[in-house]
Design a protein around this ligand. Structure first.
Ligand code: MOS
Length: 733
């Protein structure tokens, strides 16, 4: 519980809770500017080729249709570039710029009409004839092109991790495990669909759009449309979920802007759920071969970890699976190798714990195999392999309480009552019970940031910070920090995030949002105190302080870079580019850590797997917002359960595209699936090396390790080691 400097408790509720549950909170697509027109896409229904003929006459004849934009009517937009290639977009490919079809579902026409009904009707009447080409849709498809990442993208942070001589040492180990793990395509599926509402006010383009990256949307649109970034305003105070799907410029936004300019009317575009499966990033296919070697006492000596990950033809989405795999334990000999497989899809990208969730499934399942092979308790084995030093850099971790997470979790879960033999714990009705454990880690990145704080004569405070609210609670974390620091009520504080009319806005992703925004806000509060001439600590009578200075509002602005981060990163930030530091800082490496303990119950006849109990203990540094932090972990656990037992996007191997493109056929856990009692605890020790407030990230680490904990519990219950997700009933027959 945070208290103010006066000792009063700061309320833990989300500051936007009431607005959310009453529907008062307005999201991007809730905007209906006067005269707004509605847009809809027609999409390609072949996986690869070119448009031989496009017939839009029937579409144009639908009453109320104002415009049908195609590559033939030349929207005149450029690519916004690929976010992992120095650009702004989720992919470099920009639809409607030529006749090429690079993936099923690529937009071929944008229809704009007076009503949504007319736009949808007309979009369905766009007729295309294609010259199709052979496509490659999975890792083993003929024509899929496999590249060694270290050669294809020669950047230091994407190089293979090599420590010692893993291949030789592996062969000498008393205990050896060699397993292959497969993970499916998955889609983020935030409740809020991808959308934009665009409007020209004179020469200024105003964009209302739920995004994690208003700075990239602004600068990317300027590039695409050939205008000055100062002519673009992106306003995104709240996104209705994002999870990486909204981490960059979407290629449809510029098309809506072109339509709005041609028609001189505001335009709203909301993609359908089906289109969201094809028009934005997703978690790509990946295959993981893990070889682990340990001595007879279960001490890990060597690991070889080789991954193939899907990417698109037009972009290389980099893989970083080896990053946490080489750091979960103190393995002295490690060799990683990551390959990228070019296939005919839109460019995949970041989806919550993008590489860490699959890596943890592979590594932590294999560690469980080592534990069984060596006859050692899985918790004891993990504790025996703990390390205070980063095996990759030789530097210390800035903080690492993984062992404490494991010990405390084992205690809360009652792990000592576990009987180790697979199939040895059964309920009276024959239900098989299994207990599994796994750890997780996530890099503690930091981005360059700017914050502004302003006090009015009445003592109310407005704080602007780089960051986006997508439900994770960054606004609540900032309000609580300001309230506690100045000793003022939370309802006198306004926080502005996700708005390019304020301070520069950085991509909010990779669990660095709060850890990047809070330190610079804390700096701004210190600066504000100096400016107001009040003591550096303790409660402040803000109205009195402003009055003493003459009554005019007082405003300060501060900037902050991470340890070792060059000052030019602030320029990158201002240009809407990713300006990232860590997890390797000059003196230390920083990660968040977690341990999950899971109980599964498997019905004897139906083989239905249910998770009945979870204990998760996380080390995310200091917990600044207990309510939202606990919700993050609970949500991460729920997501992890879904990712293990439910979620997979099915690829159509013949005609391309994804098949189960609705929430009916793409099952995510619902309340009825979640009988589990999910118990969440935090270590709550500040990481004072990393930043002043001592905070690390939490959003993604919360789901890292859930999948292997469930799979290890399934093994304990049944003796079946399932190495492919999701785990299905037929795997357990
Ligand atoms: Mo995230 S998957 O970095 O938004």
């Amino acid at each position: 519980m945070t208290t103010t400097t006066t000792g009063a408790a700061v309320p833990t509720e989300r500051v936007d809770a009431h607005a959310k549950v009453t529907g008062a909170l307005r999201y991007g697509a809730d905007r209906n500017p006067l005269g707004v027109l509605h847009a809809a896409f027609a999409i390609a229904r072949v996986p690869k080729g070119r448009i031989a003929r496009l017939d839009i006459a029937n579409a144009e004849a639908v009453p109320g249709v104002r415009l049908v934009l195609t590559h033939e009517s030349d929207p005149g937009v450029k690519s916004g570039g690929f976010i992992m290639g120095g650009g702004y977009g989720f992919q470099s490919r920009q639809p409607l710029t030529d006749d090429r079809i690079a993936y099923w579902g690529q937009p071929i026409a944008l229809v704009v009409a007076d009503t949504l009904v007319a736009a949808n009707e007309a979009a369905a009447l766009v007729e295309a004839v294609y010259e199709t080409e052979d496509s490659s849709l999975d890792l083993d498809a003929p024509g899929a092109e496999t590249l060694v990442q270290a050669e294809a993208i020669p950047l230091p942070f994407l190089a293979d991790v090599v420590i010692g001589d893993a291949d030789t040492v592996l062969g000498e180990c008393a205990v050896q495990v060699d397993s292959v793990f497969d993970l499916p395509v998955q889609h983020q599926n935030p409740m809020e669909l991808i959308h934009t509402v665009v409007e020209w006010r004179g020469d200024t383009l105003v964009v209302h759009e739920g995004t994690q990256n208003s700075g990239a949307v602004r600068n990317g649109l300027a590039t695409q449309l050939g205008i000055d970034p100062a002519q673009v305003e992106v306003i995104s105070p709240s996104a209705g979920g994002a999870f990486g799907q909204k981490n960059s410029l979407q290629p449809h936004t510029c098309l809506a802007a072109v339509a709005a300019r041609r028609l001189d009317r505001p335009v709203k575009l909301v993609l359908t759920r089906e289109q969201c499966f094809h028009a934005a990033s997703f978690r790509p296919l990946s295959r993981h071969r893990v070889r682990l070697g340990a001595d007879a006492a279960g001490v890990l000596r060597a690991a070889v970890y080789e991954i193939d990950q899907q990417t698109s033809r037009h972009d290389l989405f980099p893989a970083t699976y080896t990053d946490i795999a080489s750091r979960l334990y103190g393995i002295p000999h490690f060799r990683g190798r990551q390959r990228l497989v070019r296939t005919d899809v839109q460019t995949p990208g970041y989806m919550r714990a993008p590489h860490e969730h699959p890596a943890a499934f592979a590594i932590e399942s294999a560690v469980d195999e080592v534990a069984y092979a060596a006859g050692i308790d899985p918790v004891a084995l993990r504790l025996a392999n703990d390390t205070a030093t980063d095996p990759v850099t030789g530097h210390p971790f800035s903080s690492r309480y993984l062992a404490e997470c494991l010990r405390r979790g084992a205690d809360r879960f009652g792990w000592s009552r576990r009987s180790p033999e697979p199939g040895s714990m059964r309920a009276a009705d024959g239900t098989e019970i299994g207990w599994g454990v796994a750890g997780g880690a996530y890099p503690a990145h930091t981005v360059a940031a700017v914050a502004r704080a302003r006090v009015e004569a009445d003592g109310t405070v407005r704080v602007e910070a780089g960051g986006h609210e997508m439900g994770q609670g960054i606004r609540t974390a900032i309000v609580r920090t300001v309230a506690a620091d100045l000793g003022i009520p939370t309802d006198t504080i306004t926080v502005v995030v996700g708005d390019t009319r304020s301070v520069p806005q950085h991509l909010t992703a990779g669990s660095w949002g709060t850890a990047s925004a809070l330190p610079v806000v804390v700096d701004a509060l210190a600066e504000l105190r100096r400016e107001l001439g009040v003591p550096a600590q303790g409660p402040v009578d803000l109205a009195a302080a402003v009055a003493a200075l003459g009554g005019a509002p007082v405003e300060v602005e501060t900037t902050r870079t991470a340890p070792g981060q060059p000052p030019e990163s602030l320029d990158q930030l201002r240009r809407g580019l990713v300006a990232l530091a860590g997890p390797e800082y000059p003196q230390f490496s920083s990660y968040s850590w977690i341990a999950h303990f899971v109980e599964v119950r498997i019905e004897a006849t139906t083989r239905r797997v249910r998770v009945s109990r979870v204990v998760s203990v996380a080390d995310c540094g200091r917990v600044v917002s207990p309510r939202t932090a606990e919700s993050q972990v609970r949500g991460g656990v729920v997501w992890g359960i879904g990712a293990t037992l439910r979620e997979a996007t099915e690829v159509d191997p013949r005609y391309g595209g994804f098949l189960n493109t609705s929430l009916e056929e793409y099952p995510v856990p619902v309340n009825a699936d979640l009988l589990a009692d999910i118990h969440v605890e935090f270590i709550d020790e500040p990481d004072s090396l990393l930043n002043g407030p001592g905070v690390k990230g939490l959003g993604e680490v919360s789901m890292v390790g859930v999948a292997p904990a469930v799979a290890n519990a399934v093994f304990h219950a049944t003796g079946h080691r399932i190495r492919r997700l999701p785990i299905r009933l037929e795997d357990l027959l």
